[in-house]
Structures are given as structure tokens and as C-alpha cells.
Design a binder for this molecule. Structure first.
Ligand code: HEM
Length: 273
């Protein structure tokens, strides 16, 4: 536990018993549990058919546009996308653990470069699949994920630049923002499941065009980003009350993530592997 504390706990001198630091660790562990389930699903569902060329098997579960006979470019983009999805999701979790960064700084640097390359490839490849290949259900969803891609590219550039210039406090802030938006597609799935469990699916349209769909199309990146921003600010110069309120926010977020991740495994991922 204490080893995680140093990186995800606030930038201010570490107070290890502080509620904000504890909640940040709890929230990280909830995210890690949910993202490891996502990685397991990708490794078990997408890797075997993709690595053996059996692309038609992608469509054994409902997706918008997976394998299309004759569309070599589109199929290759999809293949690369799902292969990199597991790398970036696992790599992001590793990158946030300070024990790894402190003990093996070279691993942190190389994993960081790999993470940023994957982020760029997923964002740019995803943009092409959305607009070039026409993989979308409605325009709101397509615009929402486009915003996410723009944020990923922008934050990756700023995190990389700050690291190159050895501005490590800035690097940490941009890297946390990058992690928030690069996790958006995972968060969307978890968000749908948590909302579904809580409300039975209120506001979800048949063509994913209901009020909740529209909200989540943008909230999948902007909500984690806002929470990350509140956390960064409370950690850097928050009053004791602000730190406690932020600790409560992170605690609730962690619980929602755990519920949504369990739901995603039971409904979206587990049944297909
Ligand atoms: C950066 C992190 C990302 C990860 C980890 C990721 C992961 C995935 C995964 C696992 C799939 C397979 C579909 C499924 O089983 O649900 C997928 C499909 C797809 N992704 Fe991404 N993705 C990311 C970013 C993006 C971005 C930024 C865009 C768009 C700008 C995008 C566009 C797409 C599209 C269009 C599909 C095909 C969807 C379908 O046919 O149903 N992805 N992605």
C-alpha cells in the first residue's frame, strides 16, 4: 500500500495517514481491478483470433463494425487497435506505481514511451475507424469519442514535453490527465454498467441516443478528467475541508467503479470468453 502512496498521493509533502492519500489509493486499486478485468477480456477474447488471423471471430459478440470481408485496411486497423488496447491499459496501471518508477526508472521511461505511442496509435487509428471506416451508431457518440481522441493527443504531447524538459511536477499532472482520458473507453463501459445497476437503464436509448447516452458520450472523458483535476488541486493547495471532500469523492468514485466493473465483467466481457 505505502508503495503506491508516493505517486498517486498529493504533490504536497506526503502525509501517509491523510484521508486524501488513502482514498486515492483505494480509487487506484478499484481502477486497477476494473482495468485488469478489461485486459483479461481483451487477451482472452481478441488476442487468440487476431494473432491467428481468424478475424471473423471478432463478431462473436455485438460490436458495430469488426470484421468486414474484403476491407483489408479496416480489418488491420481493428486488429492493431485491439492488440494495443491491452498494452495501453496494462501499461497505464504499471506507470502509476511509484515503487516501480523509483526502483526501475528505465522501465518507467520505456513504458512511458510505449504508453504514449499506444495512446497516439489508438487515438489516431480510432479516429480513422470512426470517421474513415464509418464505425458509429450516432453522431453524438462519434463526436464524444473524437473529443476524447483530441484530449489524448494533446495531453500526451504535454506530458512528454514536460518530461523532456525535466519539469516533473508538470509531467505528473499531465500524465494523470492523460491517464484519465486514455481510460475513457473503459470508463464508458463501467459507467453504463454502474448506471444500469442503479437505475435499470433509465435514459439509455435503443440506438444509444437517449439522454444518458448523450451525457456519457462526453462524460466518459470529461468526468474522470474533472475528478482528476479536483484531486490534483486539492492535493496541491486544498484547505483541510476541500481535501476531505475530495477524499469522499474519490471513495464514492472507487465504489462506483467497483460496481460498474463487476457489472461489465458479468454482462459485457465474461459471457464471451
Ligand atoms: C485509448 C484507449 C482505447 C482503448 C483501450 C480502446 C479499446 C477498444 C476495444 C477493446 C475495442 C473493441 C470493441 C469492444 O470489444 O468493445 C475498441 C473498438 C473501437 N475503438 Fe477503441 N480504444 C481506445 C481508444 C479509442 C479512440 C480514442 C477511438 C476513437 C477516436 C476509438 C474508436 C474505436 C472504434 C471505432 C472501435 C470499433 C467499435 C465497434 O466496432 O463496435 N477507440 N476499442
Amino acid at each position: 500500500m505505502a508503495t503506491i502512496d508516493a505517486s498517486i498521493a498529493p504533490a504536497r509533502p506526503a502525509r501517509r495517514t491523510d484521508w486524501l492519500g488513502r482514498s486515492a489509493i483505494f480509487c487506484y486499486l478499484a481502477i486497477a481491478a476494473g482495468q485488469l478485468l478489461f485486459v483479461a477480456f481483451i487477451l482472452l477474447y481478441y488476442y487468440p483470433p487476431t494473432l491467428t488471423g481468424n478475424f471473423a471471430a471478432w463478431d462473436n459478440k455485438p460490436i458495430i463494425k469488426g470484421f468486414v470481408a474484403g476491407d483489408t485496411a479496416g480489418n488491420i486497423f481493428f486488429a492493431v487497435h485491439v492488440l494495443l488496447a491491452a498494452v495501453i491499459t496494462f501499461g497505464g496501471l504499471v506507470q502509476l506505481v511509484p515503487a516501480i518508477r523509483n526502483r526501475w526508472p528505465a522501465l518507467h521511461r520505456w513504458n512511458g514511451r510505449l504508453y504514449m505511442l499506444c495512446a497516439l496509435a489508438l487515438a489516431l487509428g480510432g479516429l480513422w475507424m470512426t470517421w474513415g471506416r464509418g464505425t458509429w451508431l450516432n453522431h453524438i457518440g462519434a463526436i464524444g469519442i473524437t473529443l476524447d481522441a483530441v484530449l489524448i493527443v494533446g495531453f500526451a504531447a504535454l506530458a512528454w514535453k514536460a518530461a523532456r524538459q525535466r519539469r516533473f511536477a508538470d509531467h505528473r499532472r499531465w500524465a494523470i490527465r492523460l491517464f484519465a482520458v486514455a481510460s475513457a473507453v473503459w470508463f464508458m463501459r463501467v459507467g453504463y454498467m454502474a448506471w444500469g445497476l442503479a437505475t435499470g437503464g433509465a435514459g439509455i436509448g435503443k440506438a444509444m441516443d437517449g439522454p444518458f447516452d448523450i451525457f456519457l458520450a462526453f462524460a466518459n472523458s470529461l468526468l474522470p478528467l474533472a475528478i482528476a483535476e479536483i484531486y490534483l488541486r486539492a492535493g496541491a493547495h486544498g484547505t483541510p475541508l476541500a481535501r476531505q471532500a475530495t477524499a469522499a469523492l474519490l471513495g464514492v468514485s472507487g465504489l462506483v467503479i467497483l460496481a460498474g466493473s463487476a457489472g461489465a465483467w458479468m454482462m459485457m466481457w465474461g459471457p464471451y470468453i
